[in-house]
Design a protein around this ligand. Structure first.
Ligand code: ATP
Ligand code: MG
Length: 245
């Protein structure tokens, strides 16, 4: 595969005495969808927060587009976006107003056109004029995805983007992301607790457990290595292993 767009080396995050992410290294290549898998508390969100520059690593380095995130945060983050079920957006603005604010923050051109395109793609026409405070959780997820995709990022971090979406929109979003990945060479780091989705979406998977990478490879490789029938069985096997094993 091509050059890595994201290079993570020996990344560690400690909160007091507790080590949430423990000396992990991995790359994300151009046009690759990398799935970050692991049980609750494994360190997935903490890793994404470090990649977004929201929290500082205790040690280790993150390079994106060949630049050190610690030194070139602003220019790197212009080409990066993220979506999470758990982020909030200004509640007193409408969906459309929120998207326009994001468009201005990213200095986008043809703002109305972009908003209309993304609203159509994610089937949000019926909520376009709705106040953000009045959105259902699935509608909120669409809005956070829309704001992430609208800026046409080169790298996208998606933390459980489909957690509260119905299967129909999940399918559409998967197709949309794959299409976008193919045409724009977008690289994606993705977390989900849905194993089928992980298998379908990811070119490669990293399995995180107690802050360590315990398995890495394609879904098929991981399943074979652990002698299980599918990723769900591997997950159950690994997740039930006690800490320190
Ligand atoms: N600000 C913080 N202070 C102290 N501990 C934290 C903090 N943020 C996260 N942690 C701890 O770090 C560990 C990893 O949390 P993280 O949110 O990264 O897990 P996760 O893999 O995203 O889990 P989930 O699947 O539940 O989303 C957890 O034990 C969590 O309690
Ligand atoms: Mg998380």
């Amino acid at each position: 595969m091509s050059t890595p767009i994201v290079e993570v080396r020996n990344l560690t995050k400690r909160f007091g005495d507790f080590t949430a992410v423990d000396n992990i290294s991995f790359d994300i290549h151009e046009g690759e969808i990398l799935g970050l898998l692991g049980p609750n508390g494994a360190g997935k969100t903490t890793t994404i927060h470090m990649l977004l520059g929201l929290i500082a690593p205790t040690s280790g380095t993150i390079h994106m587009f060949g630049l050190d995130l610690a030194k070139h945060r602003e220019s790197i983050l212009q080409q990066v976006n993220f979506s999470s079920t758990y982020i909030s957006m200004p509640f007193s603005l409408t969906v459309e107003e929120n998207l326009k604010v994001i468009a201005r923050l990213y200095n986008l051109q043809n703002i109305q056109e972009r908003v209309d395109t993304i609203v159509e793609k994610l089937e949000m026409k019926d909520i376009q004029k709705k106040l953000t405070r009045k959105l259902s959780s699935g509608q909120m997820s669409r809005l956070t995805l829309a704001k992430a995709l609208m800026t046409e990022p080169k790298v996208l971090f998606l933390d459980e983007p489909t957690a509260s979406l119905d299967p129909d929109i999940v399918n559409k979003i998967k197709e949309f992301l794959r299409e976008y990945q193919r045409t724009a060479g977008l690289s994606i780091l993705y977390t989900s607790h849905n194993m089928r989705e992980m298998e379908e979406m990811s070119n490669r998977i990293i399995f995180l457990q107690h802050g360590h990478i315990v398995a890495e490879g394609t879904s098929d490789e991981i399943v074979q290595r652990y002698g299980q029938r599918d990723l769900e069985e591997v997950f159950l096997k690994l997740a039930r292993e006690p800490k320190g094993k």
